[in-house]
Design a protein around this ligand. Structure first.
Ligand code: ARG
Ligand code: ZN
Length: 872
């Protein structure tokens, strides 16, 4: 049944303490749960209804005595409980089957070890409980298991006792000193080894940091450990938030639905975000590890010390924590130019993933109003747009003001389960007189209204006065036909004819239309609007090429410099798509790209971003009707021209940036590798049209000789992307080299599934890779690497006129739904934008979605996605 935010009721009971005892066994694990429960005196007396899911119930005792109970669906209902508000003992004995748990929610096994995932509603798959975030308890956990098979036994908090039992079994007892909601519970048991590090924090406390992995992976944990050490130091230095535990553990598992999980003191991670060595991980992997380790660590305050009242408030912790991990990565990047690169990358994710979500059938506010399955709302809107909403609050109160606001928030709400309103209120209260405090109710529309606002800019120059008129609007979204104006901070500047900055400021829009006016100008300036992407909006500005070229050359704001190049590229792509399909790149554009590429002062990482053409999905969003194959063909054609016209410059760039000496995953050398990789790809593409064999040969050589995965993979990808015949032996060789490295094999699958389509060749490759001995649909990373890379990340190959891509998609959604509904529902979302498709794709897509929707016993996860996709 659909759950509504408006229906929130406080719990009728509190659970103060939980004492759990596990007898771990893959086939049948026994769970003894002893709780201290009391009535919530604020709520009218009523039965206790405990959540459960796929549990076998053996026994229920109240104050040590048997008691009557009944089942209401999955809930265990207790009606004859002691009267009054005094606490009573409730003991529940259940069993579950971790080895059969392919949903990877609750307690499951992976590679013969036990792991848990409880957020959002997985704890109810372990024991009966009030499985909601506003019920917080103190946990004591005893784990018992075979000592040989499971030498390491971990849970939240501190290890207080351990020892041997009969029959080769042993036990460990853990006590968590902090109260927590059930979604933060975790246990791990298995044959694991750890890297550990003792640290002393600024405040003088000692802590033990540990990273647990399988035995062969210890040499890939250094970067994760360094990232954790940096995270602890950063949160204390930037926000005054110390580590509140003696022991902080990270454990990696190769079977995981998402990226990672912030369980108190025992974070569980997808191996993808822990394991890295220069031989197996790319620079991007290294950066992602840093940011995900930071993210989960920062949840220790923003999420764990202060948590969500209910799941509609998810962005309270996720938006804030994404904002914090973005700031962390920017601070570690150091220099202003490297910070800007990180900002551009974050905005690119927002615009290519969140903007389409906000415009499609699954559009929802940052704080949703309803859901059928909460797992469907761990979205780019809740996470990334939520982070932008936090960032705007920082913009409106200033950096120092935001630090005061965050201190106020933690002081006021430590130990509580609160709402998004509570957060914004704390930031505003700490900053009286600020734009945020003055417009708080209006600002909070960012939490309640879905859709991406548009800000239209028109300009006028007369008698030395420059006027920029900004008008905001927001398109309708499902269930929200009309929108009220948002508070939109628009950072702006004016660039003079000589390239110098003549004026600038911050326009905090609150009205539908506002005007910025600057007097006393000698000549017409070029406006630089929405600097640093100061708000998550679409800026509609009809700039001339000359204006964009001026910004690309002179703007002091690196974000808008990059943005100018994007606009130049998008315009050319749109002209070709709407026109004959063919376009010859003009000299002005090519010359501008050349001078960026050859620029003596700009960072390589920034150049790589500027020289990368806008993504197909980003361009498609700007069309009313999309033919994905045409969009793909146009982008390929422009890329070929960029490759050929700048061939000499690409060759220069490659030679200039290809060697960095000893591998270090720092921003400067990573930027050089990225630019060298982009250059090599363009050189191989240019070789395809010229018939040259030198560059593909060099790419193959580089692929073989590279000292690190970034260079090796970039070279391999250059061969695959350019469709050169050497890609076959290279792919085979790559597989042979890394057959034992699961995360590298994921890259191997993904590269082939994401390759440019040539005459419909990708789908047959994907189909045959599904038969590969290394393919396994039950492993989420592997399923994503093959199936999602094709259906969600390769639009030119997926949207076939013969609908075979959609049939494949439907088959996989249904197949996955029987195994792991969460992963299936993510795949289902590949069709979100089907209504924009041109015929015959559109009708074929509707048919494919309808076929999935017609399956009788669909999970709630998939049902919600496909029903919303078909709703009008
Ligand atoms: N809280 C985790 C994070 O963002 C994500 C957990 C999501 N889990 C899920 N089953 N939806 O770090
Ligand atoms: Zn998170």
């Amino acid at each position: 049944a659909v759950i509504y935010r408006a229906d929130y009721q406080p719990p009728a009971y509190w659970i103060d303490t939980v004492d759990l005892c596990f007898d771990l066994d893959p086939a049948k694990t026994r769970v003894l749960n002893k709780m201290k429960v009391r009535r919530n005196p604020q709520v009218a007396p009523q039965p206790l209804k405990l959540d459960g899911d796929e549990l076998n119930l053996a026994r229920v005792l109240v104050n040590g005595q048997g008691t009557s109970f009944k089942m209401e669906g999955d809930r265990l209902v207790l009606e004859n409980l002691p009267e009054g508000d005094a606490p009573f003992d409730l003991e529940i004995f259940t069993t579950c089957a971790p080895a059969k748990n392919s949903k990877l929610m609750g307690l499951y096994t992976s590679n013969d070890s036990f792991f848990t995932q409880c957020e959002a509603e997985g704890f109810r798959r372990i024991t009966y409980f009030l499985d909601r975030p506003d019920v917080m308890a103190s946990y004591t956990v005893t784990l018992r298991a075979d000592k040989q098979k499971y030498p390491v036994l971990l849970s939240n908090g501190n290890l207080v006792d351990q020892g041997d039992l009969d029959d080769g079994r042993h036990f460990a007892k853990w006590v968590d000193p902090h109260r927590k909601p059930s979604y933060l519970f975790a246990l791990v048991a298995g044959q694991l080894v750890c890297r550990e590090q003792k640290i002393t924090s600024r405040s003088g406390n000692d802590h033990l940091l540990q990273v647990y992995v399988r035995a062969g992976d210890l040499d890939k944990t250094e970067h994760a450990m360094n990232s954790l050490i940096a995270s602890v130091a950063w949160d204390e230095a930037r926000f005054g938030l110390p580590l509140d535990l003696e022991r902080f553990m990270i454990v990696a598992t190769s079977d995981f639905n998402m990226g990672a999980m912030e369980n108190k003191g025992l974070n569980i991670f997808n191996t993808k975000y822990v394991l890295a060595s220069q031989a197996t991980a790319t620079d991007t992997d290294f950066m992602n590890i840093e940011s995900v380790v930071g993210h989960e660590y920062f949840h220790n305050w923003s999420g764990n010390r202060v948590t969500c009242r209910d799941w509609f408030q998810l962005s309270l912790k996720e938006g804030l924590t994404v904002f914090r991990d973005q700031e962390f990565s920017q601070d570690l990047a150091g220099e202003a130019s490297a910070r800007a690169v990180k900002r551009i990358e974050d905005v690119r994710v927002l615009r290519t993933a969140q903007f389409p979500e906000d415009a499609g059938p699954m559009a929802h506010p940052v704080r949703p109003e309803q859901y059928l399955e909460i797992n469907n709302f761990y979205t780019v809107t809740v996470y990334e747009k939520g982070a932008e909403v936090v960032r705007m609050q920082q913009t409106l109160v200033g950096r120092e003001g935001f630090e005061k606001g965050l201190a106020q928030y933690f002081q006021r709400h430590d130990g509580q389960a609160v709402t998004c309103d509570d957060f914004a209120q704390a930031i505003a209260d700490a900053n009286p007189g600020s734009h945020l405090a003055n417009n708080l109710e209006q600002f909070k529309r960012w939490y309640s209204q879905a859709g991406t606002p548009r800000v239209k800019a028109t300009t006028r120059f007369e008698n030395g006065t420059y006027e920029i008129t900004l008008s905001q609007s927001c398109p309708p979204t499902p269930g929200q036909a009309a929108k009220e104006p948002f508070v939109i901070p628009v950072a702006w500047g004016l660039v003079g004819a000589d390239g110098r900055e003549v004026a600038g400021g911050m326009q905090v829009m609150t009205q539908a239309t506002e005007t910025i006016r600057v007097d006393g100008l000698a000549s017409e300036p070029v406006p630089s609007l929405l600097r640093g992407f100061s708000a998550p909006v679409v800026l509609e500005w009809d700039a001339t090429d000359a204006q964009l070229l001026a910004l690309l050359e002179h703007d002091t704001d690196p974000f808008n410099r990059w943005e100018a190049a994007q606009r130049l590229g998008v315009r050319r792509m749109l002209d070709a798509i709407r026109g004959s399909g063919a376009i010859t790149l003009d000299d002005a554009y090519l010359q501008a790209m050349r001078s960026i590429l050859r620029h003596p002062k700009l960072d390589a990482a920034f150049k790589e971003l500027v020289l990368t053409l806008p993504a197909e999905t980003y361009v498609s969003e700007q069309l009313d009707e999309v033919d994905p194959q045409r969009v793909h063909a146009v982008r390929e054609s422009l890329r070929e021209q960029l490759a050929s016209a700048l061939a000499g410059d690409w060759a220069w760039a490659y030679e200039e940036h290809k060697e960095n000496g000893a591998y270090r995953p720092d921003h400067v050398s990573a930027g050089r590798r990225a630019l060298a990789g982009l250059a090599l790809t363009h050189l191989c593409i240019a070789a395809r049209s010229s018939g040259d064999t030198v560059w593909p040969g060099k790419a193959y050589q580089r692929f073989k000789d590279a000292s690190n995965m970034t260079d090796r993979f970039n070279a391999l990808s250059a061969l695959v992307v350019s469709g050169h015949e050497l890609s076959r032996p290279a792919l085979d060789r790559f597989h042979g080299m890394f057959r034992g490295e699961a995360l590298v094999l994921d890259k191997w699958f993904a590269l082939q599934a994401g390759a440019p389509d040539r005459g419909g060749n990708v789908l047959p490759v994907v189909r045959s890779l599904m038969q590969h001995p290394d393919f396994n649909l039950r492993n989420p990373n592997r399923a994503r690497s093959l199936i999602f890379s094709y259906c969600s990340a390769n639009p030119g190959a997926f949207h076939r006129a013969d609908a075979a891509g959609y049939v494949f998609w439907g088959d996989r959604v249904l197949e996955l739904d029987g195994v792991n509904p969460q992963v299936a529902a993510r795949l289902a979302r590949a069709m979100d934008r089907w209504r924009k498709l041109a015929e015959p794709m559109r009708s074929a897509a509707r048919e494919a979605i309808a076929r999935v929707a017609a399956k009788p016993d669909l999970s709630n996860d998939v049902r919600e996605v496909v029903t919303r996709a078909l709703a009008d």
